[in-house]
Design a binder for this molecule. Structure first.
Ligand code: HEM
Length: 199
């Protein structure tokens, strides 16, 4: 239970902080989310499961936030048997700990067609749809992958949709909204300063 609280509290909160920081610098992305909300329900404020499911552009935005700024930057595995890496032939031994750099994979130019430094939700629709399956694993992979990932995506999507129904975020300027990062349990944005306009 404690693990669930520890693993499940800060992570989506960090994801939402990154989302607000990033979309504040991309007004056109906010306009597209708002347009999608209008086209799927007009002025109604209700966010049913069906309506949330139909917000496919918002899914791409959440994915792109998790790719550009993954709240967890790595996972690790301990080898239970000797093995070697397929391409390089590097020998690994039982008991070795291997670090899987989730952030690095998500920013490796060899694995992405569209510049991975760019915030581009459309990449999940276009060129990068057929990417290497391990290029984007913000919740890890395999049988120890994050058990809370559906809940986390749902939380981020509901919060983003609700916010976009009521407000538009503006960039608070190069210093207060400088981003950067600070690492504790998660990798959080260091400087988030946005303006909030009520629509
Ligand atoms: C954006 C939010 C989240 C991110 C980025 C995230 C990321 C991760 C990552 C990278 C791992 C390690 C996976 C691996 O080793 O392959 C993990 C494990 C875990 N996560 Fe999440 N997580 C998030 C939200 C949540 C939530 C909401 C919960 C629970 C309510 C949760 C519960 C757990 C648990 C219990 C584990 C350990 C699983 C195991 O060892 O079998 N996480 N998470």
């Amino acid at each position: 239970m404690l693990l669930f609280l520890e693993a499940g509290f800060e992570t989506p909160a960090t994801g939402v902080a990154w989302l607000i920081h990033i979309i504040s610098k991309h007004p056109q992305v906010q306009q597209k989310i708002k347009a999608e909300l209008m086209s799927t329900g007009g002025n109604t404020q209700e966010l049913s499961i069906e309506r949330l499911d139909s917000l496919v552009y918002l899914d791409r935005v959440v994915n792109e936030v998790l790719r550009l700024a993954p709240p967890v930057d790595g996972a690790s595995r301990t080898l239970t048997a000797d093995d070697c890496l397929p391409d390089s032939g590097t020998q690994l031994y039982k008991g070795d700990e291997v670090f899987i750099p989730l952030h690095t994979l998500a920013h490796d130019t060899r694995l992405w067609s569209i510049d991975p430094q760019l915030f581009c939700p459309e990449r999940f629709l276009d060129e990068d749809k057929k990417r290497n399956p391990y290029a984007f694993i913000p919740f890890g992979s395999g049988h120890r992958q994050c058990v809370g990932q559906d809940l986390a995506r749902f939380e981020m999507k509901v919060i983003a949709a609700r916010l976009m129904q009521y407000v538009t975020f503006g960039d608070g300027g190069p210093e207060v909204n400088a981003g950067g990062h600070v690492t504790s349990l998660t990798v959080m944005p260091k400087h988030v300063g946005v303006t909030i306009q009520f629509d």
